[in-house]
Each structure stands twice: as C-alpha cells, then as structure tokens.
Design a protein around this ligand. Structure first.
Ligand SMILES: C[S@@+](CC[C@H](N)C(=O)[O-])C[C@H]1O[C@@H](n2cnc3c(N)ncnc32)[C@H](O)[C@@H]1O
Length: 266
C-alpha cells in the first residue's frame, strides 16, 4: 500500500548517493572503521553486540539499510561474514567500491527492508541497523517480521538510532517544539524536485512492532551524545563545540540522543 513512498525514497537515495560518497570522502573515516568499530557504532551498540554475540569471528551478520556501510565495514573488520542490504543500488555500488579498496569480502544485496525477500530464512546470527535507518521505514512491523525471519533461532537484532525524544524539536540551540511527539509522519520533503517520505516513530511504536513480530526484547539503552558532532550535521568527524553537550546551553542535550536496543529470535 505504501510502496510508492519507499520507491520515492529509493529514487532519492540513488540520486543522492554520489553526493554522500563525496561527503564521506572528505574525512575518509570509512577507511578507519575496520580497525575502530566505535566510529560506526555509537550509543551502546558495540557493547550490546558483544554481550549478545561474543566473538563475531565467522558469524553471519546482515546489515539492513546499510547506507554508507560503516557498520558493514566495522563488522567485517571484527571477523563477521557480512551481508549488506539497502534499497538503493547506487548506495550499494558505492559501498562495494570501498569494500574492494579495503579488501573486504562483503556480500551486497539490493532489497527493501520491509521484506528482505532475497535473503534466506534462519540464515543470520546477527542483524543490525544503525543511525538514520528507521526514519525511512513506513511499516516497522514488516521490517521486524523480516528480521525475525532471516535470523537463526536464538539470533540477535541490535540497533542504534536517533532517540525518538529528539524528533519533535527545531534544529537549533534554543528549544522550540515543532510537532508533538506522537506525530509520526509521513513527513514529505522535496529536494531537487524529488519527494521523500520520512517517519518519526515513537519508542512504543518501535518496541511494540518488535514484540508483535515475535522478537524478545533483551536490553534497551538511552544514552546522551558523547561527542558534540551529534548536533553538528551529518559527519563522523569529532565535534568542535563541547558546549552543545551541556543541557543548560543546549536543552536537547538533556534528553537521550541515542536509542540502542537488542532483541532475540526465540
Ligand atoms: C541515512 S542512511 C542511514 C544508514 C546508515 N546508518 C548510514 O549512516 O548511512 C539511510 C539508508 O537507508 C536506505 N533505505 C531507505 N529506505 C529503505 C528501505 N525501505 N529498505 C532498505 N533500505 C532503505 C537508503 O537507501 C539509505 O542508504
């Protein structure tokens, strides 16, 4: 029913991919995450992955909505056998070029996260999604059903993303609410004539969708930004203004910045 929104988002990412590739080339941090997985995983995600999976060596891991693929590179660097999936062919092509430069053997599969159709049942020990994935998803329940399907029994899903409490505010230091917490979208934007559809799911939307898909919630963390870069645009480079981490200067710093959770297929 809402496929047209996902297809519009796919066209957007195909068109925007080259620009993002150039942006990420400015600091070259994509070369670093193999050795420093903390570049790719913030919040409490690395710790949860360790708690859930132990040593990732040889384990099968799938990244959904893999985007710039820092997570896929980091997980491959940790020894996992990685499948990277994204709805955008161009995003995957850019990531495959980088994986070749880094000497990483990653499987790239184009698919929509609401079905993960090309992926086999019960194939993965771990499925991950990272920052900026959930905002593109119109039907969280279908994603969690797909994640549950491709996980081995006992396998884990670990995600971190912008905490839903950060969504209702205007992007500025002074605090100004621009929408109620419960207004989830779709938020339609037009960039260079391309429409995109974004969603601001609440904590309850995410957790209930996960539970309805039969996954068991193992752990939730709500953490503040440890680096001011959270407030300074789409960069992985260290932030430049520590005053943004103080809620007295930047009231939104008094709310959690990251939502991290771990779930398990029974
Ligand atoms: C902002 S990126 C976030 C992912 C990653 N953490 C990153 O920082 O690049 C969003 C990615 O999600 C992908 N995406 C959007 N909708 C999707 C869907 N329905 N299924 C799979 N991927 C999707 C986009 O193509 C894009 O590469």
């Amino acid at each position: 029913m809402t496929d047209h929104m996902r297809q519009a988002n796919r066209r957007h990412w195909d068109a925007a991919s080259e620009g993002w590739e150039g942006l990420r080339d400015q600091d070259q941090l994509w070369r670093v995450c193999i050795e420093e997985p903390s570049v790719a995983f913030v919040g409490d995600a690395l710790q949860m992955i360790g708690e859930c999976c132990g040593d990732l060596g040889g384990q099968r891991v799938c990244v959904v909505g893999s985007g710039d693929n820092y997570a896929a590179f980091a997980l491959a660097g940790m020894g996992a056998r990685v499948t990277s999936t994204d709805i955008s062919t161009r995003q995957l092509q850019a990531a495959a070029r980088r994986a070749a430069i880094l000497g990483l053997d990653i499987e790239f599969v184009r698919c929509d996260a609401v079905g993960l159709d090309p992926l086999a049942d019960s194939a993965y020990d771990l499925v991950c999604s990272t920052n900026g994935f959930w905002v593109w998803i119109d039907e969280p329940h279908r994603v969690f059903c797909a994640v549950s399907r491709v996980l081995k029994p006992g396998g884990h899903y670990v995600m971190y993303d912008v905490h839903p409490f950060q969504r209702p505010w205007r992007d500025q230091t002074a605090i100004e609410m621009v929408k109620p917490y419960w207004a989830t979208g779709p938020f339609v934007q037009a960039e260079k004539g391309r429409r995109t559809y974004e969603f601001h799911w609440t904590l309850a939307d995410i957790v209930n969708s996960l539970l309805e898909a039969g996954l068991v919630l193992r752990r939730v963390a709500e953490s503040g930004a440890k680096d001011s870069r959270f407030w300074e645009g789409p960069t992985y480079a260290p932030g430049t203004d520590d005053s943004l981490l103080d809620w007295r200067t930047n009231p939104r710093a008094g709310l959690p910045s990251w939502l991290t959770l771990a779930a398990q297929r029974p």
